[in-house]
Design a binder for this molecule. Structure first.
Ligand code: COA
Length: 182
């Protein structure tokens, strides 16, 4: 893990504001900040059909900053991932009740794909949700989204279930999950 401090100056004081979690070529992965939310929403609008209210982004950032991350190149955001935690039945243990991480949304701008940035975001989120004592991480993905399904499968996620008519447009989703062996 790369830990590097970027120091920003403000008129009032000098303060440390960013820790670089990972560097992928010229891209850095770091925790999101409130000021990132508008560019994150813009990436979401460009890349995915599922959109959310301002309040929802703010609440995820407040709830789980360890797993709300951005990818940045030269000061411009080019990707993000955001998650929440839930308590519920395990996707792996029969009748087990567990704390789980849930990837709500992840995206990388089209022109920056296939450089390992999506994988880097998901890998950092695995660390983030484990640090919050989650036992597994799950997500929903369109069955037609073969790029994303392949990425998750390569990282150890497995398809748990097909969710019929999960999306508003009627498409099915795969529920995919990975279990942590703490
Ligand atoms: C899914 C997404 C985040 C992946 O981001 P990315 O930065 O391109 O991913 P990576 O470069 O880390 O790719 C990791 C692996 O995913 C798979 N993958 C990603 N894009 C792929 C593509 N176009 N074709 C085939 N495999 C692909 C490959 O296995 C790849 O590994 P490899 O490059 O070593 O072969 C990106 O495609 C995206 O933003 N898509 C639109 C939004 C979306 O669908 N989000 C997921 C919703 S659940």
């Amino acid at each position: 893990m790369i830990l590097r401090f970027n120091i920003k100056y403000s008129s009032a004081s000098l303060h440390i504001v960013q820790v670089i979690l990972r560097q992928i070529g010229e891209c850095i992965v770091r925790r999101a900040e409130t000021a990132d939310l508008i560019p994150i929403m813009e990436i979401n609008l460009k890349t995915l059909p599922e959109h959310y209210s301002d309040y929802f982004y703010e609440s995820l950032l407040a709830e789980l900053p360890e797993a709300f991350l951005v990818a940045e190149i030269g000061g411009k955001l080019i990707g993000y991932i955001m998650c929440k935690t839930e308590h519920g039945f395990s996707n792996f243990k029969k009748l087990g009740f567990v704390k789980k991480g849930h990837v709500v949304s992840v995206a990388v701008l089209n022109e920056q794909r296939r450089k390992g940035i999506g994988r880097g975001l998901v890998e950092e989120v695995l660390i983030g949700v484990k640090s919050r004592k989650c036992e597994e991480l799950h997500l929903e993905v369109r069955c037609s989204n073969t790029d994303a399904v392949r990425l998750y499968e390569e990282m150890g996620f497995i398809i748990i279930q097909r969710l019929n008519v999960y999306y508003r447009d009627g498409e099915d989703a795969y529920l995919m999950a990975i279990e942590f062996n703490n």
